[in-house]
Design a protein around this ligand. Structure first.
Ligand code: ATP
Length: 359
């Protein structure tokens, strides 16, 4: 199967021209090794938050560095606000960056860190812009502090303020929330998203955190081994994964072989409904929440399974069950009573998604 889904939309749904467009971008660090970025294409609309999601080492940061101009692409083009910048130096691209470690100057105050990117402005214009941006990120009262005297979330906001102060059309965010603790991460994410929307700036976020990409981005691309496997809204990519990798990377799933006949497929779980029409041998994804468990019926044909494990998580509960030779994950409500070793009836509650051909 071709990993690249060329029929998937690579452009935002807005009618306005993209602020960032990447076309066929490739990067190879060594001639004898495969490319770490391989024919990557996508576009980001004005004020759109786009995420590049993938496992460690798949090429996310390299893609960002190619867009920023820190690395030279072997192939492909980058356009910012309609201008081709593929060969432009970093400082002429009109891009802001926020790095994982914030990269703030420790010896400079918050004010001077933000003013640093505004060397092209003088006197009053510079002062006004710094104050405007500090107001936007809610840091005016901290303007004289050094970064070391701020919390992680506040430092993050200084980094964002510095990135957006020169008025870029696009900001690149490389794992910017990963050094924050869980509670602060969620709050900072919400704030940063709101600030980007308010400032009308397009953004590309690099992350390996599925939940972060799903909750932060308007659209996301799932990357694997240098290639984009799928681009879409969080809902599309979660509910309509196009490959087994995307299905498994965005949460847990059950991969089930079947023989598709239109909107149904014959599977080891019986005949199940499909989200989209298909024909022939297929591989299906059925999320744990698409399956349920019930008490077995007496003397009636049914899908009888055995509970292997029960993982209580407060808001829900995940069972691992055995059905014949197959193990399946089933998500149930926290009150569900079954215990390991019990015989149960497996119920299919949702339609399955075709994620590939079953060879
Ligand atoms: P992570 O989430 O761990 O940061 P990533 O998806 O951002 O990973 P990259 O940092 O883009 O991945 O790296 C992709 C691959 O390219 C890795 O195998 C990495 O070792 C390799 N790589 C990155 N930079 C260089 C370089 N300058 N020279 C040689 N190889 C490199």
């Amino acid at each position: 199967m071709n990993a690249l889904n060329t029929e998937r939309p690579t452009v935002p749904s807005t009618a306005l021209p993209p602020v960032l467009q990447v076309q066929g971008l490739s990067k190879r660090f060594h001639p004898s090794l495969p490319p770490v970025v391989d024919q990557v294409s996508f576009a980001v609309g004005p004020s759109e938050v786009f995420a590049l999601l993938g496992p460690s080492g798949c090429g996310k940061t390299t893609t960002l560095r190619l867009i920023a101009g820190f690395e030279r692409a072997n192939q492909g083009q980058v356009w910012i606000a309609g201008r081709e910048v593929t060969r432009c130096p970093v400082e002429q691209r009109g891009i802001g960056f926020v790095f994982q470690d914030y990269a703030l100057f420790p010896h400079l105050s918050v004010y001077d860190n933000v003013a640093f990117g505004l060397r092209h402005l003088r006197g009053r214009a510079r002062k006004e812009r710094v104050e405007e941006v500090l107001g936007l990120v809610g840091l005016t009262v901290f303007k004289d502090r050094k970064p070391g005297e701020l919390s992680g979330g506040q430092q993050q906001r200084v980094a964002l303020a510095r990135a957006i102060a020169p008025g870029p059309k696009v900001v690149l965010l490389d794992e910017p929330f990963s050094s924050l603790d869980a509670a602060l991460r969620q709050a900072t994410r919400d704030e940063v998203r709101a600030l980007l929307k308010q400032a009308g700036i397009g953004a590309v976020l690099v992350t390996h955190d599925q939940e972060e990409a799903l909750s932060f981005a308007d659209r996301l691309a799932v990357m694997r081994a240098g290639r984009l496997e799928q681009i879409g809204t969080p809902e599309e990519v979660y509910h309509r994964p196009r490959t087994p990798f995307v299905a498994q990377f965005l949460g847990r799933t059950n991969l089930i072989p079947g023989e598709a006949k239109g909107l149904e497929a014959e599977t080891p779980l019986g005949r199940i409904a499909l989200v989209e029409e298909a024909h022939g041998p297929v591989l299906l994804s059925l999320r744990p929440e698409g399956l349920g468990l019930a008490a077995p019926l007496k003397h009636l044909p049914q899908l009888e399974a055995t509970v292997l494990t029960r993982e209580f998580k407060g808001h829900d509960l995940t069972y691992r069950v055995r059905l014949g030779e197959r193990e399946l994950l089933v998500q149930e409500s926290p009150e569900s009573p079954f215990r390991p070793g019990e015989r149960v009836r497996l119920v299919v509650r949702a339609r399955a998604v075709v994620v590939g051909r079953n060879k």
